[in-house]
Design a protein around this ligand. Structure first.
Ligand SMILES: [Zn+2]
Ligand SMILES: [Zn+2]
Length: 245
């Protein structure tokens, strides 16, 4: 057992990130790809509806969102050895993902053991994503997602997590997207508040009142246990109100 460098809960032995933060890292790598169309849309100037008989627009076109341009630009490869150097403010998506993929590939030994104890054999001298366009963002994201179980066992896992999280935060400031948040209907087993919320990018369902966490399976079992009794109570209250009316 060790402690997660991100959230300070218990992490698997030899891991620098807990399962929940590893899940969040993978979700963010996925989100980078799903948000790309929105980022590209932010690059296009608004041409506005055509005006009948008009010779031009009523307003000048909106300027291109330079933040989107920064994120989608070619840029310089990420200086991973100098993560706090002066270039980290605006590393675009492509160079950041490719930089980490290269760094990871150089770091992967021929044989390694993943978080579930499975021995993996890789002969990695450079990152060679097999899916997508080869050099596209989706391919680099898929490559990095596949190596998250290895990455969490390395001392640089925390830096990797933070750089990906910062990148996603910069993307969200342009696209205004947020991972979906679903309030759950069963009360919290820790504090009985109706404050359990499921987040698309998080492994655990979390109570916003007391911080209690449970896995989706544990929530399903808890819900199956408490909801029939709650429904019966609700029916009795409704019946009592009807009698009183
Ligand atoms: Zn964690
Ligand atoms: Zn609670």
């Amino acid at each position: 057992m060790s402690t997660c460098t991100i959230c300070h809960t218990t992490a698997p032995a030899d891991a620098y990130l807990c399962d929940g933060c590893a899940h969040g890292l993978r979700a963010r790598l996925r989100q980078i790809v799903t948000d790309l169309p929105l980022l590209r849309a932010a690059l296009r100037p608004d041409t506005g509806p055509a005006q009948r008989g008009g010779s031009g627009r009523a307003h000048s076109p909106l300027p291109v969102d330079v933040r989107a341009l920064d994120l989608l630009g070619p840029g310089h490869p990420v200086p991973i050895e100098d993560p706090h150097g002066d270039q980290t403010g605006g590393i675009p998506i492509g160079p950041l993902l490719k930089g980490w993929a290269r760094y990871l590939a150089a770091d992967v030994p021929a044989v390694w053991i993943d978080g579930h104890g499975t021995m993996r054999i890789d002969r990695c001298t450079d990152a060679q994503p097999r899916t997508g366009t080869g050099t596209g963002t989706a391919a680099w994201s898929a490559f990095l997602q596949a190596y998250v179980p290895y990455a969490v066992t390395r001392p640089w896992a925390e830096e990797f997590y933070h750089q990906v999280a910062d990148l996603v935060a910069r993307i969200e400031r342009v696209t205004h997207t947020r991972p979906r948040r679903t309030p759950k209907d069963a009360p919290c087993p820790g504090c009985s508040a109706f404050a359990l919320v499921e987040h698309e990018d998080q492994l655990h369902i979390r109570c916003e009142a007391c911080g209690h966490r449970l896995t989706p399976d544990a929530y399903a079992a808890h819900r199956a246990e408490v909801m029939p009794a709650l429904a019966a109570v609700a029916l009795r209250i409704v019946a009592a109100q009807q009698r009183a009316a």
